[in-house]
Ligand binder design. Structure first.
Ligand SMILES: Nc1nc2c(ncn2[C@@H]2O[C@H](COP(=O)(O)OP(=O)(O)OP(=O)(O)O)[C@@H](O)[C@H]2O)c(=O)[nH]1
Ligand SMILES: [Mg+2]
Length: 452
């Protein structure tokens, strides 16, 4: 596992909070120091490690764990969020456009893994139906063209190059022209890593960049470099516009933190990582997933979920609107959360006094987990005004939302119906509540898992 020792020492630090329910400031400082040390050992850049440890410390002192969440779990959640944030926060895709010929240029110092990574990336994108051509512009490394050609052959892709040509810019422009004529829509350009000296190498990258104007420049960084990755990444980032980073050789290195924090210094996202020499040993980089795996806590998902649910609190304005029977799609999302939490709404209603359970339409309750998941996806495809139910969902909007969430428009209409039912249910419950006087625990908001 990538950076396994870092994960282990981080969890050991946080586990010091196990069974502690009272805030112990000294213990928090001890944990902060442990974590800082572990991050430095994994070669995370000093400033970044310091900032993470400081944030963790400040948040642990100022944020009260949500009701029902232990201090340890709250701390795990904070650590997870902070780790995710230094790794770029969210997942990023390559900047490609199906409607044109895209050019990717791969840069990095010698031995970083550019050529190998081109094989991996080409394989990955070929699965996505891109029509790919490879171009070798490395005029320095003996056998560079053959190396790329061999990788290309294995993937059934053509490689453009000429071992006798010494002008990299010429090779690049001719290569792009060649594949554009052949109706390829993705051209990946390999570049040299070796040169007379580093300055010359950087100059060549600038020339190539100007001439072929790539849609995305990918910087390849060797994950075993540790701290020195930082200067390297900065040097490249100062000369060319880096669109993304691929960190290689993260298999079996304890120093991967260096390259990962180097990415943070260039402000370019890591989009993929290399985890072995084989063409298949390549992964799309997801900061959340990576942080999760790094922490290596078996029930991490459960913990994050627990914290998130405990934090759902509706604002008063929203609650008032709901009482009037105006429910938005955002409210529905919360309802779905609560239904999952309480093991189904019928179970909950059965526990309430006053026979409320019978006044609720069974269709509303029969919502399976799959349906809920589908409805959640539909809601996530809505615009903000749509989600807040500020606009009516007419045919055009319904069709667009259906396309966005990959379902038939009838399913979106079903969700609209579910919303109406929820509104009716809310109105009925409010009426019932008034008639009988306010029953303990019978507020619709309690039913939705909201502490109002
Ligand atoms: N373990 C491991 N080895 C890798 C990985 N990626 C590349 N390598 C190895 O790193 C070495 C250098 O890879 P290349 O792809 O030739 O590097 P390059 O950047 O093209 O090098 P130059 O062309 O000399 O600039 C090779 O032995 C690769 O097998 C990886 O993710 N894991
Ligand atoms: Mg190479």
């Amino acid at each position: 596992m990538v950076l396994a020792s870092l994960g282990k020492s981080l969890t050991n630090a946080v586990n010091k909070l196990s069974g502690k329910s009272v805030l112990d400031k000294e213990l928090i400082i001890e944990i902060k120091n442990d974590i800082f040390k572990s991050l430095l050992e994994a070669d995370i850049q000093f400033d970044l490690a310091y900032k993470l440890a400081e944030n963790l410390h400040n948040r642990a002192l100022s944020e009260k764990p949500p009701t029902g969440v232990s201090r340890r779990n709250a701390m795990i959640n904070i650590l997870y969020e902070e780790l995710t944030s230094i790794m770029g926060g969210v997942q990023h895709s390559l900047n490609l456009d199906r409607k044109k010929v895209n050019v990717i240029m791969m840069i990095g110092i010698q031995g970083s893994g550019k050529t190998t990574t081109i094989g991996k990336l080409a394989r990955y994108l070929k699965h996505d139906s891109w029509r790919i051509g490879l171009v070798c512009t490395d005029t320095w490394r003996p056998g560079a063209y053959e190396q790329l050609q061999q990788l290309g052959n294995k993937l059934d892709l053509e490689t453009f190059g000429d071992p006798d040509e010494k002008n990299a810019v010429k090779l690049a422009t001719n290569g792009v022209k060649h594949f554009t004529k052949q109706d390829r829509n993705l051209i990946i350009v390999d570049t040299a890593g070796r040169h007379k000296e580093e300055k010359e190498l950087l100059k060549e990258m600038v020339k190539l960049d100007k001439k072929i104007n790539p849609d995305e420049i990918i910087l390849v960084i060797d994950g075993t470099l540790g701290q020195s990755a930082f200067n390297q990444a900065t040097a490249f980032a100062q000369t060319t516009q880096i669109g993304s980073i691929i960190v290689t050789k993260l298999d079996g290195t304890a120093k991967g933190g260096g390259a990962i924090s180097a990415a943070a210094a260039t402000a370019s996202p890591i989009k993929f990582i290399g985890v072995g020499e084989a063409v298949t040993e390549f992964e799309k980089f997801d900061p959340k997933g990576f942080a999760g795996r790094l922490l290596g806590i078996g029930d991490l998902e459960g913990i994050l979920d627990e914290v998130q649910r405990a934090q759902i609190v509706p604002d008063e304005e929203r609650a008032k609107e709901m009482m009037k029977g105006h429910i938005s799609y955002n409210d529905l999302l919360d309802m779905f959360e609560s239904m999952n939490k309480f093991g189904g709404i019928r179970k909950l209603l059965d526990k309430l006094p006053g026979g409320l359970s019978h006044s609720v339409d069974d269709n509303m309750l029969a919502m399976s987990k799959d349906n809920m998941e589908m409805f959640r996806n539909i809601i996530f495809s809505m615009t903000v005004p749509e989600r807040n139910a500020y606009v009516k969902l007419g045919k055009t909007r319904i069709d667009r939302i259906a396309r966005g969430s990959g379902v038939h428009p009838d399913r979106v209409k079903e969700l609209v119906k579910q919303k109406k039912m929820a509104e009716q249910m809310m109105k009925q419950m409010m009426k019932g509540g008034k008639k009988r006087g306010r029953m303990p625990g019978a507020s619709p908001f309690n039913m939705l898992g909201m502490n109002l």
